[in-house]
Design a protein around this ligand. Structure first.
Ligand SMILES: NC(=O)c1ccc[n+]([C@@H]2O[C@H](COP(=O)([O-])OP(=O)(O)OC[C@H]3O[C@@H](n4cnc5c(N)ncnc54)[C@H](OP(=O)(O)O)[C@@H]3O)[C@@H](O)[C@H]2O)c1
Length: 253
């Protein structure tokens, strides 16, 4: 058990790290998927890597949440439950749906993702278990909660629908790439990543906490550089790639 002041020092440091990491991540292509390279040490099965790196999140957050001493309310359980639901989908449903047979991911990336999930689940789980977020039922009709739910829901919809379009581009056993079309792909190259950013922004608004905001910030800091890399890759790979598409934020970036 740490005192709230120490918790907030850790949280400020985590936010500061996100801000200073952004310029570095813009320069460094994450070596997974189409950018995977063997120069990053031992490799492992891509599907198993996803299951391990994301599958730790529901366990970590449950530990921090349930060992916390703050009295829990229905709202605490909703905020905890949405996080867990997302990660149960991401770790045990999504990896079984992608067409990734034979593909590899560097073990280092999986280890870094486990560490990343450890830090985020500590920040959010410890907050919900010990510091706040245990609003009473009036909060269900408050502006932040309703606006946050709408944003979160829109983000989940955009993310899953876009991932479904990408998955459907390959038949079982195929591993190549095509130009994705339809839905928000007509505006941006990576609507799945855009949806994920909107989803966690919605979660931060719903939660009204710096803890959830830090995860929303980290999601954007991680995924915007990845989307820019994907976008540049599409432009190089396909001479007929639609020139008006942006990378990750419609009409803007
Ligand atoms: N919260 C976070 O910080 C975070 C971090 C990372 C990922 N995520 C989420 O995890 C999910 C996957 O992320 P990702 O970065 O792996 O997404 P991605 O690079 O867009 O790939 C998604 C899947 O679709 C396949 N794919 C992508 N473009 C394709 C194309 N043009 N033609 C055929 N297949 C294509 C990929 O295959 P290949 O793997 O073979 O390229 C992969 O199986 C997303 O929903 C993302 O939002 C969240």
């Amino acid at each position: 058990m740490i005192n709230p002041q120490t918790y907030y020092y850790i949280l400020y440091a985590w936010i500061a790290l996100a801000i200073v990491s952004f310029p570095f991540l813009l320069k460094q292509t994450a070596p997974y998927g189409r950018h995977a390279s063997s120069g990053w040490g031992p490799m492992m099965d891509n599907r198993l890597g996803w299951i391990i790196q994301e599958g730790v999140a529901p366990f970590f957050i449950s530990y921090w949440f349930f060992t916390g001493t703050l009295p829990k309310t229905l709202m605490s359980y909703v905020l905890y439950g949405l996080y867990v639901l997302h990660y149960l989908y991401r770790s045990f449903v999504y990896p079984l749906r992608i067409r990734t047979t034979g593909k590899k991911i560097p073990v280092l990336i999986v280890v870094l993702a486990v560490l990343f999930n450890f830090c985020n689940t500590f920040v959010i789980g410890y907050y919900l278990g010990n510091i706040g977020g245990n609003y009473n039922t009036d909060y269900f009709v408050s502006f932040p909660f309703i606006a946050g739910v709408l944003l979160f829901g829109a983000g989940v919809y955009i993310n899953i629908r876009s991932d479904n379009i990408l998955i459907s581009l390959r038949r079982p056993g195929e591993t190549g790439y095509q130009i994705p079309r339809g839905f928000l792909f007509e505006k941006i190259s990576c609507p799945n990543l855009f949806g994920e950013i909107v989803e966690w922004l919605g979660y931060a608004v719903m939660n009204s906490s710096l803890a959830a905001f830090s995860f929303s910030l980290w999601t954007a800091v991680n995924l915007i550089p990845r989307a820019l890399d994907h976008h540049r890759w599409y432009l190089q790979k396909f001479p007929d790639y639609p020139p008006h598409r942006k990378a990750v934020i419609p009409y803007i970036w």
